[in-house]
Write a protein that binds this ligand. Structure first.
Ligand code: FAD
Ligand code: NAD
Length: 475
């Protein structure tokens, strides 16, 4: 007889492993199948996020930022460091150590919650069966009352600039470079391009980013994006907008990237290339042909607002379904689905999903951009406050950027909050909570914020929406 579970999850990234743990917490028997293999052949739970995304990128961002500070900022504090040097092997070992700690942590959480973690390939068969093929083992068929598909995403490859795993690489390989490239080309100035571009630029690479769109950070509030563009330029990152990459030619060492912009055909020579033009949902080999799971035009698994696929008791969550490709979005979907399966009330509030870019300065936002609010036709007011007037930011020598609050003119509801500046990714949590509770800008204005703290910038931005900021001119 085949083994049977209440819930089988395919994929142990932040969407899948979280769903499995919550299912077990809800008293259901749960198994989670994952096929991830690292370059050294080892397998690990945690998916893209833990192995090749959120966690390793943040480790390198922190290390490279400290090196940058040691070289350029400590002197301003009266601290002299002569001859600061990078030991890249050590930096990379630290990054790998953090990843190992976290992926090992998932195995421990599975054990503690009595989730059966299975390493190998999972395939949904008809009748809520799942074929599990262990790495180097024989397939077996498992039975489930519910199946959750959480197969994630993979980097998009450009046909004319194909990956070669050495000079033209995806974001995963780019996290594991064993030397700092002299000239680094990055295709795509999106989140990955800017985060990884920052890492290698701080460590000494000359970085050129080729971005097809004319607007820098077109998905962000444009006032914030303009400020960000200025900072990245000052840091020496060469961002070329309206630059559509068309092809490449490989040299003995390095690559020439060919692109087109307003002026016509252009090219740039680099030693290594990171292709960061987005990710695609990954569903290869996930579902047997006779199971009628529908994919949309872009390859995402079609689901309703509760993440139900069209097939009874089959759900899908995370990067393989519509919505932003963010770890916390996937995790919330995983939790909601596991709760719905257990008969609890659950819902994901897609309107208040925070976005964070871990560059310097950090950029974070939640809700609508000013452009989106304008387009919606709703009358609004805006308050901004510069970190230059924030005591804690000055003490941190990180007084760049601003906080911005957009609220409705009629009922004062907060419609969007945008922050560029120190710890923006932490500060945005207050705005997320406020919006989750449908707060008004007055609610933020009346909330006491510790002094001196970075959060005062958000407080003052809310006050400024009503021209009542204390520490700035209310223009
Ligand atoms: P994944 O994490 O991709 O996990 C899917 C898992 O399913 C994988 O382990 C895969 O091996 C497995 N799988 C697929 N098919 C099968 C199958 N048939 N059988 C068995 N196993 C299967 N997001 C953030 O929110 N914050 C960040 O700071 C951030 N930084 C990032 C940095 C980089 C460089 C990258 C690449 C991404 C980053 N992301 C970040 C995005 C984030 O990693 C993804 O949104 C998140 O990992 C999606 O989670 P998921 O569980 O849906 O999929
Ligand atoms: P992205 O969508 O953020 O950016 C891709 C960029 O590439 C776009 O600006 C696009 O215009 C550009 N582009 C596409 N084709 C091009 C071409 N031929 N020439 C030049 N430019 C081109 O995608 P990404 O940076 O690859 O990131 C993938 C996903 O991972 C994102 O959805 C993001 O949410 C997630 N991620 C999140 C974080 C975070 O939360 N901090 C960090 C990294 C990645």
């Amino acid at each position: 007889m085949s083994k049977s579970y209440d819930v089988i999850v395919i994929g142990a990234g932040p969407a899948g492993y979280v769903a499995a743990i919550r299912a077990a917490q809800n008293g259901l028997t749960a198994a989670c199948i994952d096929e991830w293999k690292n370059y050294d052949g080892s397998s690990a739970f945690g998916g893209t996020c833990l192995n090749a995304g959120c966690i390793p990128s943040k480790a390198l961002l922190e290390s490279s930022e400290l090196y940058h500070k040691a070289q350029h900022e400590f002197a301003g504090h009266g601290i002299e460091i002569k001859g600061a040097k990078v030991d890249l092997a050590k930096m990379q070992a630290r990054r790998a150590g953090i990843v190992k700690q976290f992926t090992g942590g998932i195995s421990a959480l599975f054990k503690a919650n009595k989730v059966t973690g299975l390493q190998g390939h999972g395939k949904l068969l008809a009748g809520n069966k799942v074929e599990f093929t262990p790495h180097d083992g024989k397939p077996e068929v498992l039975q489930a009352k519910h199946v959750i598909l959480a197969s994630g995403s993979r980097p998009i490859e450009l046909k004319d600039v194909p990956f070669d795993e050495k000079t033209i690489v995806d974001s995963w390989r780019a996290l594991e470079f064993d030397e700092v490239p002299k000239r680094l080309g990055v295709i795509g100035a999106g989140v990955i391009g800017l985060e990884l571009g920052s890492v290698w630029s701080r460590l000494g690479a000359e970085v050129v980013l080729l971005e097809a769109m004319d607007n820098f950070l077109f998905m962000a509030d444009q006032q914030i994006a303009k400020d960000a563009q200025r900072h990245f330029k000052k840091q020496g990152m060469d961002v070329r907008l309206g630059a559509m990459v068309k092809g490449c030619s490989k040299k003995k060492s390095g690559v020439t990237l060919e692109y087109e912009d307003k002026k016509g055909k252009q090219s740039v020579e680099v030693d290594k290339v990171i292709v960061a033009v987005g990710r695609r949902p990954f569903t290869d080999g996930l579902v047997a042909d006779d199971v009628k799971i529908k994919l949309d035009k872009r390859g995402f698994i079609e689901v309703d607002e509760d993440c139900r696929t069209g097939v009874a008791n089959v759900w899908a969550v995370g990067d393989c379904v519509r919505g932003p490709m963010l770890a916390h979005k996937g995790s919330e979907e995983g939790v909601a689905v596991a709760d719905l399966i257990a008969g609890r009330v659950a819902e994901v509030n897609y309107k208040v999903i925070p976005s964070v870019m871990y560059t310097a300065p950090e950029i974070a936002w939640v809700g609508k951009t000013e452009e989106e609010v304008k387009d919606s036709g709703r009358a609004y007011k805006v308050g901004t406050f510069p970190f230059a007037a924030n005591g804690r930011a000055q003490a941190l020598a990180a007084a760049n950027g601003m906080a911005k609050v957009i609220a409705a003119q009629d009922d004062d509801e907060i419609l969007g909050v945008h922050i560029i500046g120190p710890m923006a990714g932490e500060l945005i949590a207050e705005a997320v909570l406020a919006m989750e509770f449908s707060a008004s800008s007055e609610d933020l204005q009346r909330t006491i914020h510790a002094h001196p703290s970075l959060s005062e910038a958000l407080h003052e931005a809310a006050l400024s929406a009503d021209k009542r900021a204390i520490h700035a001119m209310n223009k």
